[in-house]
Design a protein around this ligand. Sequence first.
Ligand code: NDP
Length: 450
Amino acid sequence: MIDYIEQVLNDVKEKNVHEPEFLQAVEEVLHTIKPVVEKHPEYKKLSVLERMIEPERIISFRVPWVNDAGEICVNRGYRVQYSGLIGPYKGGLRFAPNVNQSIMKFLAFEQIFKNALTGLPIGGGKGGSDFDPKGKSDMEIMRFCQSFMTELQRHIGPDVDVPAGDIGVGAREIGYLYGQYRRIKDRYDGGVLTGKGLEYGGSLARKEATGYGLIYFMREMLKANGGQSLAGKTVTISGSGNVAIYACEKAQMLGAKVVAMSDSSGCVYDEEGINLAAIKQIKEVDRKRISEYLNYRPNAKFIERKGEDSPIWTIKTDIALPCATQNEVTLNSAKKLVENGVIAIGEGANMPCKLDATEYFLEKGILLAPAKAANAGGVATSAIEMSQNSMRYYLSFEQVDGMLETIMVNIFASTQDACNTYELGTNYVAGANIAAFTKLAKATIAQGII
Ligand code: NDP
């Protein structure tokens, strides 16, 4: 008899044929939770998996806006409200030309597990648009954000659904989105968006949270495996956006030597260690390409990206932190990293490793910090921002950073616990999935047939 998990997976594949990223995310989770499902026959009886996999709601809408040339442009907006089981829907907004329903669903699906791991009362969601912010003027970005929010505001609220940033949505976009929301609603709903500016309800340490959290998780994972530390280790980090920059900052603070960072055009290799102030200037202030780095450090090298495999993964390193986007580590890249002696991978981006690359790392005994656990610091700190908004109060940087650190230590501990309980060794991918799934399954059953 075909087992419950395979039966659910086949159904999901049949219903979502054209959604490869979504199927990839579901397949990874379903294959790792087998031991828990086998232990709990009631899950099948109560259709727990089917209910967890079908999103509560998907909203898709038209976003018309006017460019600087006076032309009317139309993009597609999304909000996937995946699960409100343990709190308001929570998850970022992504503006990138490749955004589609499959990518939105995979991100929202992963978000429910990630949010469960934080231990905070937040459900899972994700949204965005196929709008490409690259090359757009500031006024075009503003007009787009205003139009996007004109529709989105009907579906969100501080106790309903709380979006934040993601790729292409940073502090500037959150500001424009929040301004339009407030104008339409005409009331203070600070907790409706997170990642806000500090002047109007943002939280200290939110900007740093995902990157710092990733390094806190990595620190715990290394400590638990032979008492290793980041000090003196060589690190490569893909991306040079929010997650990558603050992962670099914390890694450097803990004594690691970051030798390479990238963007979609290629990577820079700086043997003496990345000058993060230069990267911040290029990316956060000037919004330019990473090759500009050579103007600051003429001895560094720029390696252009050609094809699917990012050149950054050919650089010899102890620790690799993919912090750019999904599926950026192919099996080829994984083989190269292992050949060059990598000891640990930390997923800052969501689903950055292809399934076969993940399997290869695990097979070779490489420590792999999975995204759902390792990059949960961002959303956890967003939840702390929501609490501050409700309290009408501000916490200091040290307070928020301290809470973030505790949350990441706890996430590692529950991941390790699941690994111990189910004899998974150092398969933290399975450990994190099981820890989150167990909580979500209990909540599903507790709330009846919903
Ligand atoms: P940003 O937009 O700030 O930065 C994204 C970086 O990734 C840029 O350097 C960008 O380069 C690069 N990148 C984007 N798309 C591609 C691509 N197709 N190929 C190669 N490089 C690419 O985004 P974030 O740093 O916020 O997000 C990065 C990842 O982390 C995403 O997977 C996101 O979902 C995840 N994440 C983010 C959180 C957050 O708090 N921000 C929380 C948890 C996860 P370029 O400028 O050339 O496009």
